[in-house]
Design a protein around this ligand. Structure first.
Ligand code: IPT
Length: 992
């Protein structure tokens, strides 16, 4: 139906009438056609008013004088125009669960505020006969947030809702030869807002492409490609106009629409082997180009299969985000996402929580990634009212829900990458979800359906959950009782449903940790026929907003309500720099796994390569080993792993004896590094790109090697004591090394709280609250005794906080020694002992000292080069690493503990005038070196709040806390948690 001014009475009512749209044609696929199209992107005229009622009178009239309008790019989101500066069109607002507008009572008609920012757009364009002679002309909007009322040449063609869904208006009657004036009034709020409560920046505008499409008589309006593959045979039927010619030149296929053909030699499409065949469908007057991928998705028992094989989703949740343009993305950015994902072993995407830009799915087909395509639906804010009046259970809304899922499925139904349809997110469950699901199953039975909130498993095809605890995942796997679950939920165990985590491992700030633990329980393809299908990390990108000096988050734009930095919870930083979390993802979730057993290497064994892919062999990779002695490559070679088939394991080794004969002995800084490198260029990376890496120390556990004592013992003088090159004050504090004054080392139990330590509205527990209450950030250190015991100066200190009773004693035994490079040094044996209850989880047990700020270059042997933590160290490699102090810091959008490197054997921090060397013995500590204190790091709200304070603060950890995922997930598993316990740290300090 085509609406016109007469047919669209009371368009203001349309904002809240629970009718999804008026005017657009039935949803259909986006097809690549040779029929004329006109991209209307560009500079439009724009004026923002406070309410739809304030739109300038007759602004849609072609004659209207828009000189006091301004230029605005379309597509764009108007609040992203200089948001941290002048913000001419208002500023973005970040909210998670809360609605940005008042929520209607369940017995009330829907109301949205009069204060409803409304963008009045005008755009003038010219068309030629290719459009005016067409049978029909359509005007396509791919994304308008959230309500659009549309006029062409002064005549209203209708209105639409559904921010991330396509609407096509038939404008044949309104289009004129030559010059045309399109006008659109976009309001930020409408009833659709209650269906669009996704956890993200609330912003508006015509933020995706607008296109004019000429439709020829006898053209191809819609196609539905059914391309399956089983047992080596592909089958194709394309629903379309009767008689339209279907051609796939590469396969010698010539057929017509609505005819089934079998094709014996076609290769199947999988995310690992994204084989696409170019095809055309043609009538006399239109040719449509398709890229067909043959694959069959099935549920066999409780296993999801593609082409007969179980698949595991090494997935991420992806929102569309760019720190400068918001949810308007160009193709280069979409490609950048896919390239980064493929390079880091991501094999699956959930399009949280709306369909992405249509172009993105073409790219997913091409790059190869499994897509769980989610409808534009979330009603989370109703949770606060116990879901009273929630749209998925209120029949007034069902047409809107059906409209949304129909537009979702119809637009994207031809993509081989899409293996499942998701009804939406966090919208509770009701008849509305069932209606959506029924419609999908009827329209497209070839994919599975998903909705996490279907807790009774009465509707969808799969069992999906969010942020489960590790024991819970184990119970699903082992079919034992679900810990803490309601009786009803226990029945899930017995149902024959495939399982995955639609969200897990909350990548907020520093983290997520425990990826390896999830991987082991839920991603193992060797449980060949079990129900565990992996999951999707929350989430891909930090939605920080570029302010020119750093990234903004919720609350930075004076929002009345906001959810702070909960919007920065991605594996890549806002500018798409991979975070350490992404590197850990690649190392744990990546389907190519290498294990190096240092002890076995000497025997010519010890290297294992596991192909955890579901389809492809490893012939695309070259496996290279290197023997590296303290940073110097001594020898390298290639491992003959060959075309190892999916799910198979290769074991072998290297001829170390040959390699090592050139050196005298196996040193404890000798490492074997094995890398899997791309043997050929792909579309997502070049030859040589490292897909997987592992390293092993040849002597994994060398004996402690304290340096030999020097002849002199502690010497007392008027100021305190001298021990070797070190000077201690009367309170036994190390205050000088050689001639360099330092800030004395003290016990350190604190880390600048990471997001996973902080209480948030969604955190299930708080680690940081008790830590701050216990005063870990404000310990008071008191010297109990200073004694000379043999060659040692033994200092006992007591550390505790104001008002606290729990305390730690630290026994610092200092001794003058000779280091291996012939210098005089001082050895510390530190023993820490807790007293009292200490119910609190600690950030660390270590020491922190202040060195001169000019000492700002660091070289260490240990795990690196990137930061690593006890539950996030698979991405780290043993070796010799060099970096300046600035480069050791990870600039999380909200500053927090970062930059730890563990397994330190030796560490030198130096500047132009000397420096400090630390040689560990016994256990290998972790270290962090910062140009500011942990307290300053904790106090900073943004990266721009941090200023170097003139010191290099060196922290050495005997024990470090894990990262976990507690910002929106369970507590770290018990064995990872750092509670108070006795700890030892043993190392020699010398000057360089
Ligand atoms: C979950 C949401 O689905 C997701 O959109 C995001 O908000 C995430 O939390 C937290 O970042 S919902 C929550 C109840 C776990």
């Amino acid at each position: 139906m085509v609406a016109n001014a007469d047919a669209a009475p009371g368009a203001e009512e349309a904002l809240t009438n629970l009718i999804p749209w008026q005017g657009p044609i039935a949803p259909r696929a986006h097809l690549h056609t040779d029929a004329p199209t006109l991209d209307l992107s560009g500079t439009w005229r724009f004026r923002l008013v406070d309410s739809p009622l304030d739109a300038p009178e007759g602004f849609f009239d072609p004659q209207f004088d828009d000189t006091d309008f301004v230029d605005l790019a379309v597509p764009s989101m108007w609040q992203m125009t200089d948001p941290a500066g002048e913000a001419p069109f208002g500023r973005p607002a970040y909210l998670n669960v809360n609605y940005p507008i008042p929520v209607p009572a369940s017995d009330e008609d829907i109301v949205v505020p009069d204060e409803n920012p409304t963008g009045c757009y005008r755009h003038t364009f010219d068309v030629d006969g290719r459009f005016t002679d067409a049978e029909r002309v359509l005007l396509r909007f791919e994304g308008v947030d959230s309500f659009a009322r549309v006029w062409l040449n002064g005549v209203e063609v209708g209105w639409t809702k559904g921010s991330r869904l396509t609407s096509e208006f038939d404008v044949t009657a309104q289009l004129r030869p030559g010059r045309n004036v399109l006008a659109v009034a976009v309001s930020q709020w409408c009833d659709g807002t209650f269906l669009e409560d996704q956890d993200m920046w609330r912003m508006s505008g015509i933020f995706r492409e607008v296109t004019l499409l000429a439709r020829p008589r006898g053209g191809i309006d819609d196609l539905f490609v059914h391309a399956s593959w089983a047992d080596g045979v592909a089958t194709l039927t394309i629903d379309g106009p009767d008689g339209a010619a279907v051609t796939i030149p590469e396969l010698d296929v010539t057929t017509t629409c609505n005819t089934e053909v079998t094709i014996p030699d076609a290769k199947p499409w999988t995310a690992e082997t994204p084989r696409l065949y170019d095809a055309t469908v043609a009538t006399d007057c239109e040719t449509v180009s398709l890229r067909i991928g043959f694959r069959t998705v099935a549920i066999e028992g409780d296993v999801i299969t593609v082409n007969g094989h179980k698949v595991v989703f090494r997935g991420v949740n992806r929102h569309e985000w760019d720190p400068r343009t918001g949810r308007t993305l160009d193709e280069a950015t979409m490609r950048a996402d896919l390239e980064l994902m493929k390079r880091h072993g991501v094999t699956a995407i959930r399009t949280s929580h709306y369909p992405p830009n249509a172009r993105f799915l073409d790219l997913c087909d091409e790059y190869g990634v499994w897509v769980l395509l989610e409808c534009d639906l979330e009603t989370h804010g109703f949770e606060w009212g116990d879901w009273q009046g929630n749209p998925t259970g209120d029949e007034r809304w069902y047409d809107c829900l059906l409209n949304r899922i129909q537009r979702t499925v119809e637009r994207d139904k031809n993509h081989p990458c899409i293996i499942g349809w998701s009804m939406g997110n966090e919208s509770h469950c009701g008849e509305g979800i069932r209606l959506m699901n029924d419609w999908v199953k009827h329209r497209d039975p070839s994919r599975f359906t998903h909705y996490e909130g279907d807790y009774a498993h009465a509707i969808c095809d799969v069992w999906s959950t969010m942020y489960p605890a590790m024991e819970w995942v184990e119970a699903v796997r082992d079919r034992t009782a679900l810990p803490g679950a309601e009786p009803a939920a226990q029945t899930s165990l017995g149902l024959g449903l495939p399982f995955f985590m639609c969200e897990f491992a909350h990548a907020m700030g520093n983290g997520p940790g425990e990826l390896a633990d999830y991987e082991e329980r839920c991603f193992d393809p060797h449980f060949d026929r079990d129900r565990m299908h992996g999951g999707f990390i929350w989430e891909w990108i930090d939605h920080g907003i570029d302010t020119g000096r750093g990234y903004a988050y919720g609350g930075d734009f004076a929002e009345v309500l906001h959810d702070s930095n909960f919007v920065c919870d991605g594996l890549v930083m806002p500018d798409r720099t991979p975070s350490p979390g992404l590197l850990e993802f690649a190392a744990t979730m990546g389907a190519v796994r290498i294990e190096v057993d240092g002890a076995g290497l000497g025997e010519g064994e010890g290297i294992t390569v596991i192909n955890r892919r579901d389809f492809a062999d490893l012939s695309d990779l070259q496996f290279v080993w290197q023997l590296v002695d303290d940073g110097t490559v001594i020898k390298e070679g290639v491992l003959d792993v060959g075309a190892l088939p999916a799910h198979q394991t290769w074991t072998g080794g290297v001829r170390l004896a040959e390699a090592i004969s050139v050196t005298e002995e196996i040193s404890d800084r000798m490492v074997v590094v094995v890398e899997a490198r791309l043997a050929e260029d792909t579309i997502w990376a070049q030859t040589g790109h490292v897909v997987a890496r592992a390293s092993g120390l040849l002597k994994p556990e060398p004996l402690p090697r304290p340096c030999p004592p020097a002849s002199s013992g502690p010497r007392r003088d008027g100021h305190g004591w001298v021990v070797g090159p070190a000077r201690f004050d009367r309170r036994g504090r190390l205050v000088k090394l050689g001639e360099t004054g330092i800030v004395a080392p003290v016990l350190d139990l604190f880390r600048a709280l990471i997001d996973n330590d902080r209480a948030s509205s969604r955190a299930r527990n708080s680690i940081g609250g008790p830590a701050l209450a216990a005063g870990l950030d404000r310990l008071v250190h008191t010297t109990i005794s200073v004694r000379e015991v043999g060659d040692d100066l033994v200092v006992v200190t007591r550390s505790s906080a104001a008002a606290a009773r729990d305390f730690m004693t630290s026994t610092w035994s200092w001794r003058a020694v000779h280091t291996d490079d012939g210098c005089e040094g001082i050895h510390l044996g530190l023993h820490v002992e807790p007293h009292g209850h200490w119910p609190t989880m600690l950030g660390r047990i270590g020491l922190t000292m202040g060195l001169p700020g000019e000492w700002d270059t660091v070289s260490w042997f240990g795990l690196g080069p990137n930061e690593n933590y006890p539950d996030s160290q698979r991405a780290a490699t043993w070796g010799r690493w060099n970096c300046d102090v600035a480069g050791l810091q990870t600039p999380y959008v909200m500053p927090q503990e970062n930059g730890l490197r563990q397994g330190v054997h030796e560490l030198t921090i130096a500047g132009p005038n000397g420096g400090l060397r630390v040689i560990a013995d016994g256990g290998w500590p972790g270290f962090a070196a910062r140009p500011w204190t942990s307290k300053a790091l904790f106090k900073a709200a943004h990266t721009w709040d941090l200023e170097p304070d003139g010191h290099t603060w060196l922290t050495l950890d005997a024990l470090s806390a894990p990262l976990g995922s507690t910002s929106c997930g369970p507590m770290p598993i018990m064995s990872h948690r750092l509670y108070a316990r006795p700890a030892e740290l043993s190392a020699t300090f010398s000057l360089v």
